[in-house]
Design a protein around this ligand. Structure first.
Ligand SMILES: Nc1ncnc2c1ncn2[C@@H]1O[C@H](COP(=O)(O)OP(=O)(O)OP(=O)(O)O)[C@@H](O)[C@H]1O
Ligand SMILES: [Mg+2]
Length: 351
């Protein structure tokens, strides 16, 4: 019995010891796992810190690059602005040059126009000088009838001198009229007269530059047009450019095809009414030069587009003409067949 009690005591002690041991093992395992967790969090934190540091460094680098790029862009913008300014100045210069070129052609045309009556005046004055000497001789020798006949001749010549003098006078007046219109104001203008005058000026201007140049000019003016409100100086420039282009085109074709080719420039005006109450006039300038190929026809109204050799054309003629016609509320169109003809049509509204 005593042995049995002892055994129970041992067993209790043993049981408690086992429990304590188990608890200790559990505690050790728990503490170890908590330590590992802590260690893991620490490492994670360190990694995070490191990444944060990297990010900050990266940001600083990026900001630096953005600043550099902005400075670069700013510089490029300034450079582009300077180039734009230079281009604008060059464009202005070219426009001025183009104006001077057409002025030169007008002057050459006018000089030719004046030269003609001046030649008559000079020749008839010379003849009259000789006739007067003869009259003196006849009078001295008492031949009254011959003297009277000579006096009649002299009178007739004087009338011719006066007639051609008046022609020169009207040309000079016309010239002054041209320069007067520089005001840039719209005024009622006889379209047919303007077209005819500018056509002759352009033709003689061309012939003054190239003695061998000639072309058949065919005109057909609609007399019902009357006066239209335009800036004559500006429309005159458009016409001069179209005529110059046409004369250039036929001259080029002639160079390549001298035999059997007759250079022709046809100019016509016509009153039209495209819409009710919107009357106007169409001026057509057509030449039988080489026409304009499909490849370039879309580009001819662009500023600086030219197929002429350097120094012969600025390529501003048609683009300026287009702007002038648009500013008049009109339209400028082209019709062409490659190798055969080119026709430019200007529509100008009456009001
Ligand atoms: N009648 C025409 N026949 C054939 N091509 C033409 C004719 N008119 C214009 N062109 C073409 O259109 C281009 C542009 O004409 P634009 O009048 O604008 O300039 P440009 O005559 O070359 O030079 P600029 O008028 O400044 O002297 C010409 O170079 C030419 O190729
Ligand atoms: Mg031109």
């Amino acid at each position: 019995m005593q042995l049995l009690e002892l055994n129970i005591e041992y067993r209790v002690i043993f049981g408690i010891s086992v429990m304590v041991l188990l608890f200790a093992v559990f505690l050790i395992v728990f503490i170890t796992s908590q330590r590992k967790k802590l260690q893991y969090h620490k490492e994670l934190h360190a990694l995070h810190e490191e990444q944060q540091q990297h990010l900050t460094q990266h940001n600083v680098l990026l900001e630096k690059r953005v600043l550099e790029r902005t400075a670069e862009l700013q510089q490029q913008k300034e450079e582009a602005q300077t180039s734009l300014k230079e281009l604008r100045a060059a464009q202005l210069q070219l426009v001025q040059k183009e104006k001077m070129a057409s002025l030169g052609e007008i002057t050459a045309g006018i000089a030719h126009e004046i030269q003609n009556p001046l030649n008559f005046v000079n020749n008839f004055s010379e003849v009259n000088g000789e006739l007067l000497e003869e009259l003196e001789r006849e009078l001295k020798s008492g031949k009254k009838e011959e003297a009277i006949a000579l006096a009649a001749d002299i009178k007739c010549n004087l009338e011719k001198i006066r007639h051609h003098g008046l022609r020169a006078d009207s040309i000079v007046k016309g010239m002054l009229e041209h320069s007067r219109v520089h005001s840039g104001q719209k005024e009622l203008t006889e379209i047919n007269i303007l077209v005819d005058e500018t056509l002759r000026l352009s033709y003689h201007g061309r012939r003054a530059k190239d003695k061998f140049f000639n072309a058949a000019l065919e005109t057909s003016f609609d007399e019902s047009i009357g006066k239209i409100e335009i800036i004559p100086q500006e429309i005159g420039r458009v016409l001069i450019n179209l005529f110059n282009n046409a004369f250039y085109a036929v001259a080029e074709k002639k160079k390549l095809q001298a035999v059997g080719y007759e250079a022709k420039v046809l100019v016509s005006t016509k009153a039209v009414a495209p819409l009710p109450g919107e009357g106007g006039v169409v001026i057509c300038v057509k030449d039988n030069g080489n026409g304009i190929s499909k490849k370039i026809v879309d580009k001819i109204f662009q500023p600086f587009f030219t197929t002429k050799p350097t120094g012969e054309g600025t390529g501003l003629g048609l683009s300026l003409s287009y702007d002038i016609i648009k500013a008049h509320g009109g339209e400028l169109k082209v019709e062409t067949k490659d190798g055969e003809f080119a026709a430019f049509l200007i529509f100008l509204p009456k009001h």
